[in-house]
Write a protein that binds this ligand. Sequence first.
Ligand SMILES: Nc1ncnc2c1ncn2[C@@H]1O[C@H](COP(=O)(O)OP(=O)(O)OP(=O)(O)O)[C@@H](O)[C@H]1O
Length: 744
Amino acid sequence: MTMEPPPRPSSSLFDVYLRLRPSNSTNVRFLNVEETEAANPTHITIKPPSNDNNNRKRAVERFAFTRVFEENAQQLELFKDTGAVQLIEGVLGGKGSHGRDGLLATLGVTGSGKSHTILGTKSQRGLMQLTLDVLFQSTGSQLVQSFYGAPAFSSLAAADVSEAHMFTATAYLDSLYGDNQSERFPSRAQTPMPVSHGSSISSSAVSFKSPSFPSVLFSENLYPILKSTFDPRPSAGIHSIRPVTGTLSSISRSAANAGSPEKKDCSSFITNPASRSKNIPRPSALPQNPSVHDIDIAADPSAEYAVVVSMYEVYNDRIFDLLAGNATKNKHPNLKRRALLFKSTEQSPDRKVVAGLTKIICGSLEEALMVLETGLMERKVAGTGSNAVSSRSHGFFCIEVKKRNPQRKGPWSSSTLTIVDLAGSERARNAKTAGATLAEAGKINESLMYLGQCMQMQSDNQDGSKNIVPFRQCKLTELLFSNSFPSTHTRHTSYHQPQKSLMIVTADPKGDFNATSQILRYSALAREVTVPRIPSTTSTILSSTAPTSTSHKHSSSSTTTSGRSTPSHLLEELEAAHASIAHLTSEIEIFALRLTEESARRKAAEASWRAAESHMADIEAEIRDECHVDMEAAVAAERRRWQAAWDSEADNNEVHMDKKIDVVIQATRAQMAAEKEIQIFEDPEPRVTERVRELERENEVLRARLERAEREGVNRTASPVKKMRVLKAKRWEDPDKTLGMDSD
Ligand SMILES: Nc1ncnc2c1ncn2[C@@H]1O[C@H](COP(=O)(O)OP(=O)(O)OP(=O)(O)O)[C@@H](O)[C@H]1O
């Protein structure tokens, strides 16, 4: 054999394994494992199916992997022989040394067995469960406790640099399932926690205290569930937390799966859809095989460990927490999932972290498995035409191993084992996708294409090239590669280079040739191409048009399948042309998907525009009606006001008029009275007349007297004429006086 699996340079980020699945398909097998004298196969060849006209002229391709696992390979074999055990060992860290981050990922076409490998089946555990088992088995008695208010809780929460919402598994599981599953776990002393830990936690955490419910920090999302599940009866205690069965169970994928006849069991254990409407399965109901009792990893005997589990998914290029308790969706249908950021935080300026995740401190394998099941139920899965039980998101399962000296109780060091179940790539024309699912497929294929580019570039760099790996193109590659290429200003004291990652590529030897060959091309450690004889005109065209800049990892060969010798430069150009065509085809597919997606979006936008317009018209009519009603009310009110003013004016006028009339009456009366008085004053006229008569009579008397006196005077010699003049003068000078005198 001319091509050997390359030695593993320390700069390479991945060991790449290929796992073949037993195929159900009736298609012709296009992938064959090369026989080898070595213990394990490392090479495969793929040959385009002869019935595929498009591939009639395609070369036979040969790929090298770290190791190829054939169809009969069992989960445990994979676990032991892929280096997963060494990866766990590295995460735990040796005596007195820090652990180092590790990554284990599965990559493959949809339906090729990625989830099967990571999560297992009803009867066989997957790499995830085996990893957890080994981890808990190895740390055993050195693990911190995880009951309500465990003593290490506050220091662990304080040591977290990712603004996480941290819970102990007992508090978390009881709050979600409320069926006292915590009773199943060692009921260690139920010491209530001191309440002072709040300061060290994210400000969005809420401290929930009750005499019967030990103080625990709850995230904003979980708080409502916890609150609703907590029975406030004084005697209730933690065992009276009401069951919220079905809340979590209905999380789920049900919405995303609508319309799909058969849904994916993203959890290997939840195979009966009906069981999803109940609580997650008890750990005892989960598969126990294969056993890992013979795997012995030496943990640091001088350390105390804590295992913290978190889970998230990358869906449509956004990160969503899988443990945030969105199970409450049914109760709160408007509760939208909030995307999280992958960023550097205040406490973690050197490296990026997914900020704001829910993290669960697990004290036992059972707890960890239940937490895992909870997250898996949340994972968004939708059926597609290609695989009715397909993962439509990239699932990230993170196991943080915290370590510290138990005597000194110093700071916790942390290393994370991340297990990634990547969503399956698929050919757009194969996937009978539509609408949102089509958009998902576009995003998945796009992110996988970027992943392929990054892997290829990284692999090329091992040959001495200095390509910059373009990992910032999408969230998936950012998450996978950011911390593998620490920035130059990273402080070495706080940064530990991650371990070499494990990539398990899964493939169906009778599956989709094009999709599989594309994945193999960018994931294999080495590749070579042998081309069939092609007509000279075509070769001329190809040699004149093939780009020469495309870089590929392969060793050159001048052997064709027909056995003829072909000039090696032509072979290289042909190979470059093939690679370029494959690359362009995948890009065209992505663009076609994007176009369809954009067209669907445009249609949706137009529909929503029309809906908005008609809604606006409705609103306008409503507003008009309201305005009309308001206006009428205002006019009526104004009319009433005006009428009231008018009435009051009229009243005032009346009053005024009455007053005037009164005045007139009074004046008239007064006048009349005055006139009366004048009359009274004039009344005496008869009396005056009478008086005058009296006076005349008196006058007559007096005159008579006078005459008498005169007569008497004459008799006594006095002039009578003179006396008459004196009397007359008196009478006309002062008649009143005269009268008064007289009246007196
Ligand atoms: N090695 C295997 N042995 C037996 N059955 C397998 C194997 N690999 C996969 N299968 C079966 O094939 C089906 C599809 O596998 P799986 O769901 O793991 O695919 P996948 O790659 O995760 O797909 P997707 O990306 O769409 O989620 C499942 O029923 C699974 O049990």
